[in-house]
Design a protein around this ligand. Structure first.
Ligand code: ZN
Ligand code: ZN
Length: 410
């Protein structure tokens, strides 16, 4: 368990390093009702640093499950207008967004996959403008995570709810550097290291990234024309920097959605909407999925890959060394925010316009010309094993080793 002081430092990180809230700004906290205490602490901190007003978007995953089990597909797909109106209001007010992600990975376990994907498609369409406002950095945003008993017990199934929650708090406290004297200063230093790696990658302007390991991954990922590698810190459209994911260990950019070839095998389970998909492989030709297999969660993977046309290509390639504190913890978190920072990953679906030069000022057509992928989905899956070798290949064919045995060599 963290001390009160550490909890306050955590809330401060979310406000100052994460969303980098400015004085007189309105803030939206997106939070499950189970995590209300931490949301209130963040609200308090936000006011201490000059917030104008704090809005809460309460989530309720227990109700979500009850609805998924009992409501019809039609009712679930009918996303109420007031929700879209609320999201539009947040855009209008240029709020910054702090999401507390603390989901039960089994939230939709055993629910009808067809209903679930119908709901997910409708929800993503209704929320599209808001999602674009965050993905294009029109709004500054951040995600942090805290334990809930259900989540903790999924990770530590042999412990009581209380003991499991305690263990998870300890792990998160270490990963979030809350056990250091000055977590905010520790984060600034960490962010600088990642940012200089991203600059190295952008300056090399590789045409392809090639990944290979013993599990059977042999994949060549072309990079979007004029791509930019991003790490830790991004720039909002208003020029103010922020850190979208906390924790973050990744250096990432956009693949070229017509230049991906080969096969990739997952390194960690993919948890999508509470469904676990594992031991799967995906084959690409000229940027599109042409074949896939899955020993666990085949139907869920199939449902995901049927969402739209764009989900069949990739919107992100992210590199993370095996010495990151999350990877070193050896814990499978069943939570993308953590697991994606434990391992190199790819994402099915949309790319971030910010990962191509001047991307925020481009039309959808211009982005497409650069090979930027578009989709209503963006789902990360982990591919970085401890033995993975990764090379950057230049437009002149020159090969630059980037990873050997799962760790950066630059
Ligand atoms: Zn990522
Ligand atoms: Zn991603």
């Amino acid at each position: 368990m963290l001390t009160n002081k550490q909890m306050e430092k955590f809330a401060e990180l979310a406000v100052r390093v994460g969303a980098n809230m400015q004085k007189d700004q309105e803030v939206v906290i997106r939070c499950d009702v189970q995590c209300a205490d931490f949301a209130h602490l963040i609200a308090q901190k936000a006011y201490e640093f000059g917030a104008k007003f704090v809005h809460m978007e309460w989530l309720d995953e227990k109700l979500d499950r009850i609805n998924m089990l009992n409501a019809s597909k039609e009712a679930l797909s009918d996303i109420p207008n007031y929700r879209t109106a609320l999201w539009n209001y947040f855009i209008e007010r240029k709020c910054c967004l702090i999401s507390i992600s603390a989901g039960d990975p089994n939230k939709y376990k055993g629910c009808d996959a067809d209903k679930l994907s119908a709901y997910e498609i409708a929800f993503n369409i209704a929320r599209n403008a808001f999602r674009q406002a965050t993905m294009s950095n029109y709004l500054r945003w951040t995600i942090v995570s805290i334990p809930t008993p259900a989540w903790a017990q999924q990770i530590f199934p042999d412990d009581t709810a209380e003991a499991a929650t305690d263990k998870l708090w300890n792990a998160i406290g270490h990963i979030m550097r809350l056990d250091q004297d000055d977590p905010t200063a520790a984060w600034r230093k960490h962010i600088n290291t990642l940012v200089s790696r991203a600059e190295y990658m952008t300056n090399h302007n590789f045409e392809y990234i090639r990944m290979k390991n013993a599990a059977g991954t042999d994949l060549s990922v072309g990079l979007a024309t004029d791509h930019v590698w991003i790490a830790a810190e991004e720039e909002g459209q208003d020029g103010i920097r922020f850190t979208a994911n906390m924790p973050t260990e990744e250096v990432f950019t956009a693949p070229h959605n017509r230049k991906i070839n080969g096969k990739v095998v997952n390194a960690l389970p993919l948890v999508n909407n509470g469904n676990v998909i594992d031991n799967f492989s995906i084959t690409f030709k000229d940027g599109k999925v042409t074949d896939f297999t899955a020993e666990t969660g085949y139907e869920a993977l199939k449902g995901l890959l049927e969402s739209d046309e764009g989900v069949l290509s990739l919107g992100e390639i992210a590199l993370i060394g095996k010495e990151s504190p999350i990877a070193e913890s050896g814990i499978l978190f069943y939570n993308t925010l953590f697991d994606e920072n434990a391992s190199c990953h790819l994402a099915f679906g949309a790319s971030y316009p910010t990962t191509v030069k001047n991307g925020n000022n481009m039309t959808a057509e211009q982005l497409a010309q650069h090979g930027m992928n578009q989709s209503i989905q963006h789902v990360d899956f982990m591919v970085g094993t401890k033995d993975i070798d990764i090379d950057g290949i230049g437009y002149d064919g020159k090969v630059t080793p980037l990873f050997r045995n799962g760790e950066w060599v630059i």
